[in-house]
Ligand binder design. Structure first.
Ligand SMILES: *Cc1c(COP(=O)(O)O)cnc(C)c1O
Length: 402
């Protein structure tokens, strides 16, 4: 497998970070110098072989890349199709998030920053950031909604064990969106020595572009792997969407291929008609949150609505701006999967393949059952298995009677 280096795409944002009308940099004036500094730095390393040689070293030796593209034989047989799983669950720390934190950590060091901060919902991005901070000798502070701190004790402990400081956030709904607000606020006053590691392809420019570039290693590998195994491109590529980073990473190298349909799966929660879901594209409207313009769950008078999903990683009222653009361009098909469908798929994959997926990834798996027989028959599908289910065991024990 050749070393990974980003590629420029025709759907890159413009100079000011706009994907069509989406994206941008809607931040307080005081934050602009930091974003410009980061933008300049990223431009200088985006295609720099030396920088990426170091990234590839960590991808290989620390993360365990390339991740396998595994042919799921039982699923394939049952569905009468060729089902392949891109095994991001096998990465160090158990998900795709480490791909992004490794590169942002290296950027932080390169820029001479000694501290990193991050926001986290369930704690997965907090853990991935604390891990990289320990690895690279950076101080780490993680902002986490107070509600999530008490719901996710284990991840809070893991972050502390890794040497990070965890700040419980008490404003607003005391969840992820408030944690992100506080992280941004902290960054404004500490930008000189602090790098803000954002966990998904969202936030002000250049974050959505950077995070997509970093996660695009997933489809760069998957494309080489599927061509090696089947000598052709897949018919479908499926991934779940929280902020949208594993999906953009999984789609990047397939999106311009005529043969391949990319499919993004939002959290359907209790069902779209219940109002309790995380489907920003299906039921949101364009609005501004966390420095970007994108689809957003909001009330008629523009207040942010709380998202709901059984999986904490999909429980976000917004979505990365590139997805809003891709939807409006008709480049990607978007659909949703309910909590119930995801839980069925969680058990299905565990028992059919001996692979316990993260609740988030179970949404992408579940879509295989939502597709019609005719759509699937004889077709090749790659599903992004964004993470493993270990983190979800306590919740699964409460939900499932086995
Ligand atoms: C965080 C997370 C997600 C959702 O984040 P994206 O940025 O949309 O990829 C999906 N799967 C897993 C396993 C996660 O931890």
């Amino acid at each position: 497998m050749s070393d990974y280096i980003p590629t420029a795409f025709d759907f890159d944002p413009n100079e000011r970070g706009h994907f069509g009308i989406f994206g941008g940099r809607y931040v307080p004036e005081t934050l602009m110098p930091s974003l410009m500094e980061l933008d300049e730095e990223y431009k200088s390393v985006r295609f720099d072989k030396e920088f990426w040689a170091e990234v590839n070293y960590y991808f290989r030796e620390y993360v365990g890349r390339p991740s396998p593209l595994y042919r799921a034989d039982s699923l394939s047989k049952e569905l009468n199709a060729e089902i392949y799983l891109k095994r991001e669950d096998l990465n160090h720390t158990g998900a795709h998030k480490i791909n992004n934190t490794i590169v942002q950590g290296l950027l932080a060091k390169r820029m001479g920053k000694t501290k990193v901060i991050a926001e986290t919902g369930a704690g997965q991005h907090g853990v991935a950031t604390a891990t990289v901070a320990a690895l690279m000798g950076l101080e780490c502070e993680v902002f986490m909604g107070e509600k999530d701190v008490s719901r996710q004790e284990l991840n809070v402990f893991r972050m502390k064990l890794l040497g990070a400081k965890v700040h419980p956030v008490t404003s607003g709904s005391k969840t992820l969106k408030d944690a992100m607000n506080d992280a941004i606020r902290h960054w404004v006053t500490n930008a000189r020595d602090t790098f803000y590691i954002i966990g998904t392809a969202a936030g002000p420019h250049p974050y959505p572009l950077m995070v997509r570039d970093f996660q695009a290693v997933i489809s760069d590998e998957a494309k080489q792997q599927i061509l090696e195994k089947t000598s052709r491109l897949p018919d479908y590529v499926v991934a779940c969407i929280g902020g949208g980073s594993n999906a953009l990473g999984m789609f990047a190298h397939f999106i311009n291929e005529e043969e391949t349909q990319c499919i993004g799966i939002e959290a359907g929660g209790h069902g779209l008609s219940s109002g309790k879901h995380g489907a920003s594209l299906a039921h949101g409207k364009p609005g501004i949150l966390h420095g970007q313009l994108s689809y957003l769950l909001q009330t008629d008078d523009g207040q942010i609505k709380e998202a709901h999903s059984i999986s904490a990683g999909l429980d976000y009222p917004g979505i990365g701006p590139e997805h809003s653009y891709l939807m409006e361009q008709g480049k990607v098909r978007y659909d949703s999967i309910t909590d119930k469908e995801a839980m069925d798929a969680f058990v299905w994959l565990s028992q059919a393949e001996g692979i316990v997926p993260a609740f988030e990834s179970a949404h992408a798996i579940a879509y295989l059952k939502k597709m019609s027989k005719e759509e699937l028959e004889g077709k090749t599908v790659i599903v992004s298995l964004s993470g493993r289910g270990d983190k979800d065991m306590t919740q699964a024990m409460e939900l499932l009677e086995l």
